[in-house]
Write a new protein. Sequence first.
Lengths: 194, 596
Amino acid sequence: MTHAAATHHTSMGLDSRKMAFWAFIGSECLLFSSLISTYLVYKGRSVVGPSPHEILNIPFTSVSTFDLLMSSLMMVLALAAVQRGDMKWGKIWLFATALLGLVFLGGQVIEFTEFVHKGLTLQTNLFGCTFFVLTGTHGAHVTVGVLWLLTLWVRALQGKLGPGQALTVEITGLYWHFVDVVWIVIFTVVYLIQ
Amino acid sequence: MKRWITTTDHKRIGLLYFWTAFCFFLVGGLEALLIRLQLAQPNGHLVSAETYNQLFTMHGTTMVFLALMPLSASFFNYIVPLQIGARDVAFPRLNAFSYWVFLLGGLLLNASWLVGPLFHAPHWNVAPNGGWFGYANLTERQFSPGPNIDFWLLGLQILGISSLAAGFNFIVTILNMRAPGMKMLRVPAFSWMTLVTQFLVITAFPVITVGLVFLMFDRFFGTHFYVATAGATPLLWQHLFWLFGHPEVYILILPAMGIVSEVLPTFARKPLFGYTVVVFSGVLIGFMGWGVWSHHMFAVGLGPIADSVFAGTTMLIAVPTGVKIFNWIATLWGGDIRGSTALHFAVGFIAMFIIGGLSGVTHASPPADLQQTDTYYVVAHIHYVLFGGTVLGLFAGIYYWWPKMTGRLLSEPLGKWHFWLTFVGMNLAFFPMHLIGLLGMPRRIYTYTPELGVSALNLVSTVGAFLIAVAILVFLVNVLRTRTHGRPAPNDPWGGATLEWSIPSPPPVYNFSVIPTVASRLPRWKTERHEPMRDPPAVPPAPIHVPPGSWWPLIAALGLPVLALAPLTHTLWLAFLGAAILLVGIYRWAFEPFEV
């Protein structure tokens, strides 16, 4: 992260870190596909309740989803600001992205707590197992992203993040958008198509 | 010592991989010998049924994850950057991290042999006992209450992280670090097969990780992913495991195919016949490897449509494999053949892999497979492909690249002894297993009765296994003797065509004094259109920056086994400690000055 953006010659003309990150995202697709497939395979197989339509609160999660989508917009703005060397707005948008990520995580905490009160835990039934492990894995990814964004924000405050590190911000953005896209799939598959 | 611990040099990491993996190979081999001693006679009582379960579980797990994969990784590390004309891999510290995670994961898995008392077990050993495939729901807490399966599933998750990190690293290295002029279709076959293998690694390992995470949640947090009474299907594990498991087979064989594709041309003094076809067959195998997994599950009863489809894809995947075999044979045809030990192993590979491939095609037919499932016939098949294929291929690579890696040539006469003992030993050990299986002896059962009529065949198999052990001893003698008496290796002892032979043996820390420019697929050979390239000068014309070592990959890696100890010992603070070590390691790693 301390290095200046790509200076080395590469055979494909694409920075090595960015290429590695695309490979990582490809690998993560298989991880989430396996989790989502399991959710779908086990849909309707629980032998005891509660079932998804008794538990899931679509209006509440729609707001969280909107929040996460907006964080992706903030991320785009943050990268644009860093690339043009406007570190004042770069800092603001980076922090805003992290903040919206935190709001999403807060929403997930509230949601999980409510579900537990309604009688759905990790151990209740197959819906509970697959739902919590799938959305929990996604939440863990968001948490890593928030830590990463806050690290960049602190570096920016220290004056150690500038246009020379735009590639680092771009890669962070790749991760953040990926996590966002995964959520769109989860929201559609788990919440909207019951 | 510090230099080795903090090293980020791909050559040192390659040697660390080699010796660590070779030690695990010996451990896995000892386990195999105990299995064979137990089965040498009917009604054997050398080990108990419980110990026998642990032996075959750990033999399989060790050979696949701790011996064959990392032995291949040792060549990826040492040879790939040299073949593509690079000074190191794309991410040297990530490479060190992969090695340390592999070592620690392997140690955690094998610690299970010794730490029984810590878990209030009546024996020393609490080694995994559910087979290398760990079928749930047998591996659920209800049926496997001890810490045995916990060691297995946590160890495998750690090893998966190592493989994934190496996968990203080598994909980027091969795609992005090639010397000027080395187009993708000038990349040597071994490096190509490495690339395909790494794509399989980064796509297959997430799938088993999910399967293992479900199992971990079931065992530690009371979920029901594999609990039939909660409505779960035990097929879920089988699908997730074999979705990983079949690509894994190609992860094990493709590197050996790559090695053979280097050794044969060098010792036949002929370019690889149909290089492009060999490369694209490898890519095709990589794709098709994803569409055959359910042939491991014919006996489950998936229905006629699924059975037919997977039978078809399985027969189809034999085609690109067969194409490669014909190309190898055609490479030898009319060549100026020198019968080196490396060539012996490479030709042995072709012959044995054909037998293993053919018995594999017999599994592709569901009615035949139903007769073979869970019998010794399948054991015969996997040993012909993994020993006759992968291990012989790896030994071809060892004899071929040993002078490059150590600066000394292994003894050829001892090498020939090693080869013939291995060759005869493996056929004595594994060929009778075809018959033993077809006569009805099930695998994974600790003994058998004399009435089954397989006693003599089993004794032959055991004798063969010990012959392989003698062969390995001959190899070790060869290695020790070479350290002191071995002939010093010149840059290019074999007349090889690829870039690794253009630099000293062993190479200097910077590899190439000047990065070569490549004009041909066989840069060091005279071809119709190209003169051989000039080797880089012995002394670098300008100072070369060599990255310093780093402690942080090791420290970050140490966080993982600590994290794994938390569920194993039911101690929450260890989870926080492990996460803290991992985080500190990653942050210091990210922010330390490190110029590649």
